[in-house]
Structures are given as structure tokens and as C-alpha cells.
Design a protein around this ligand. Structure first.
Ligand code: MUC
Ligand code: MG
Length: 378
């Protein structure tokens, strides 16, 4: 139940949107894109009393339909004009309002909602997690995405992260190469890591049903614990077949954005795990609603990322900390892949976990000078 105490409603006076370019420590290779600089949208909301809150939305090229340009434009040109001067008593209130302004665009809405919740919860001397009903846990098991695309480099990276006790769950990005080549790379990494860590794969929609049915058993035989989104987001029937027949755990990602998508996947038994992301699912309140439905269906949840900085990771980790179940941990690893941060107190990773910031609000504070330097000049 949300803590909707009426006395601290927020009247929005100003909303600022900016595109921020964040250099990465190495290129990050997914099936549909290789990222060498992560570009995110950062939102600042100010209320009539001068209080402020910050939110972030991250986008990955060719992952879905929103890009940082659409996110920035939808916020600046469509949402801001309708939000200025309005008062909102809570997260669900502002989400309902934005859904009336336009359909869809969950990433854009999530950045605005998180900035609003940061402001509101700070005004109430709470964390975002406390506002959502209170954290269930103060740290979250971490997964790292091995995105080198070369087995030897992925192995070396995994060994380094294991040795420093930062991550002991890894995910290999496949789908860009021929399945035989991908599986050979998976086997090489799995053999090197052995039982010292869990290993998953994410195909990012690149196989068709026949290819997935043929290759999934090989991946599970190689020791892979979870196959994420093997087929296109539109092919729910294939996900149902794979969930029933592949012999292992199939995680849905790209196609599960809305509550309607969630109910469709649960009703069709189209996954045996699901990746929820605060950006993809439309903000803290909407993501928590969807998580509750998957928990009710006894389908394990994984906390996904779109490569947010510490700003987004702080807020998203607080949302994930309130879930009834987070059986498959989370992949909010972006800050460890980034060569620069614009927060004064970056999130911390230790003993294979992400430490959930305590708040108030998101629990991190912005370095305005660094943020200005990283902001894309129009
Ligand atoms: C996903 O799960 O497809 C964003 C970064 C990354 O490594 O994976 C994507 C999200
Ligand atoms: Mg994925």
C-alpha cells in the first residue's frame, strides 16, 4: 500500500530534461547493438516550494521503440506542458495523469515519475522504498553482463569480478553470431567458470522458434541456468512452447512492458521467469504492480537494467528491494561499466551484492558541475 499521506502533495513548478553521454570502460556488445557510450535522459523536477527531485531513463539502441531522443522529446514537448502547475498527491496519481496525456512511452514516464517520487519522498523524509511500502531487503544479489563478445575476454572479466567478490552470477550476450558459434563460446566460458558462478544467456530476440527449440537443450546441457528472450517479442506462442518443452528456465524480457503484457504471459504460461525494469515497465508504481502479479503467479522475478547510472540504479534498486520475491537477483551493473558518474555518492557493490541506498528519496545526490559537463549540448 502506498503511503499517500495527503499533507505532502507536490505542485510542479519546473521540469528540466537533458540528454547525458556517459563513456563506458569497454564496448558493450549485445545482439542488436554495440554500445561504447551510454546515453541516458536525466530529469529534474522543482516544486513551488523550491524542492527538487531527480529521475533517469536509459535506452539501448534497437532494444525497443523508445530512444533517448524520443524520451527527451515526449517529456519536453508533451508531458511537461501538461504537468507544470499541477499538484499530485502520490506516485499513482501522477502515473494516471500521464497515462491520460498519452498512451505508452513507459521510459519517458518512468523518468518523470521517479523524479517526482524522489522529490515527494525527500519532502516526507522517506526513501522511495519506504514510500512504496518499505524495503524487504537492504542488498540485492548482483548479476554482471559479460559483453565482450570474445570468450577469452569474458573469462578474464569474470575471473576479475569473482576474485574481487563483486559478482558471482554472469550473463553472456548471444544472438549476434551463428548459434553454433554462440554455443561454442558459451561452453568455453562455462567450462572456465565451472561451478564457481551461475551463468545465464540473453539472446535478445534473435532466434526463431525452431532455432531456439533446437539450441536451448544444448545451452542447458552446457550449464546455462536461464535463457532470456530467445525469440522476437511478438512470438508469445513460441515462448509458451519453449517454456513447456525446452527443458529449462525461459525468461521473458522485451515483450513484458505493461500489466496487459504480464497477464498475457502468465495466462499463456509463456515464461518461467521474467525480467522487470523500472524504465520498461513505466516507473516505480507500475513496476511494483506488475511484480505483485508475477509474485501471485509464482513466476520468479529478475531486476533488469537498461544501463542506468547511479541515479537510476539507486531508485531502481529501491523499487526492487520492495518486491515480495527477487529470486533471480538483479543486473543494475551499469555504474561499474561506466567511466564517469554525475552523482556525489555512487551506489556500492560488495560481497556479490548491490547495497540498496537508504534515502531520503533515491539516496544519491547530483554533482551539478559534472552533470553539466556530461550533458549533450544541443
Ligand atoms: C537486456 O536484458 O536485454 C541492457 C544492458 C544489457 O547488458 O542488457 C540490456 C538489457
Ligand atoms: Mg534482456
Amino acid at each position: 500500500m502506498l503511503n499517500q499521506s495527503p499533507q505532502a502533495s507536490v505542485t510542479i513548478a519546473d521540469i528540466e530534461v537533458r540528454i547525458v553521454d556517459i563513456p563506458l570502460l569497454r564496448p558493450h556488445k549485445l545482439a542488436m547493438a554495440t554500445i561504447s557510450c551510454q546515453t541516458n535522459v536525466v530529469v529534474r523536477i522543482k516544486d513551488q516550494d523550491g524542492r527538487e527531485g531527480w529521475g533517469e531513463a536509459a535506452a539501448i539502441p534497437h532494444y525497443g521503440v523508445e530512444t533517448v531522443e524520443t524520451i527527451s522529446c515526449v517529456i519536453g514537448k508533451i508531458l511537461v506542458p501538461d504537468l507544470i502547475g499541477k499538484s499530485f498527491s502520490g506516485g499513482r496519481n501522477i502515473c494516471q495523469f500521464m497515462d491520460k496525456v498519452l498512451h505508452g512511452h513507459p521510459y519517458a514516464k518512468s523518468a518523470v515519475e521517479l523524479a517526482y517520487l524522489d522529490l515527494l519522498s525527500r519532502a516526507r523524509a522517506q526513501s522511495i522504498a519506504e514510500y512504496l511500502g518499505g524495503p524487504e531487503r537492504d542488498r540485492l544479489p548482483s548479476l554482471w553482463v559479460l559483453g565482450n563478445g570474445i570468450a577469452e575476454k569474458d573469462i578474464a572479466e569474470a575471473e576479475h569480478l569473482l576474485h574481487n567478490r563483486l559478482f558471482q552470477c554472469f550473463l553472456l550476450k548471444i544472438g549476434a553470431s551463428h548459434p553454433d558459434a554462440d554455443i561454442a563460446r558459451v561452453r568455453q566460458v562455462a567450462d572456465a567458470i565451472g561451478d564457481r558462478a551461475e551463468l545465464r544467456v540473453d539472446v535478445n530476440q534473435k532466434w526463431d522458434e525452431v532455432t531456439a527449440l533446437h539450441n536451448a537443450p544444448k545451452l542447458f546441457d552446457a550449464g546455462i541456468s536461464v535463457i532470456e528472450q530467445p525469440v522476437p517479442r511478438s512470438d508469445v506462442a513460441a515462448m509458451s512452447t519453449l517454456t513447456a518443452q525446452s527443458g529449462g528456465r525461459i525468461m521473458a524480457d522485451e515483450p513484458v512492458e505493461t500489466m496487459t503484457d504480464a497477464l498475457k504471459f502468465i495466462g499463456s504460461r509463456a515464461c518461467s521467469a521474467v525480467s522487470l525494469k523500472v524504465g520498461k515497465n513505466g516507473g516505480a508504481v507500475r513496476t511494483a504492480e506488475i511484480a505483485a502479479v508475477f509474485a501471485g503467479a509464482r513466476i520468479p522475478i529478475f531486476g533488469g537494467t537498461m544501463l542506468e547510472s547511479s541515479l537510476g540504479v539507486a531508485a531502481h534498486s529501491q523499487v526492487f528491494s520492495t518486491f515480495e520475491n527477487l529470486d533471480f537477483g538483479q543486473q543494475l551493473f551499469g555504474p561499474k561499466l561506466m567511466a564517469a558518474e554525475f552523482v556525489k555518492n555512487p551506489v556500492r557493490f560488495e560481497e556479490f551484492n548491490l547495497i540498496v541506498p537508504l534515502g531520503p528519496g533515491s539516496g544519491v545526490d547530483i554533482d551539478l558541475d559534472i552533470l553539466r559537463d556530461m550533458t549533450r549540448k544541443n
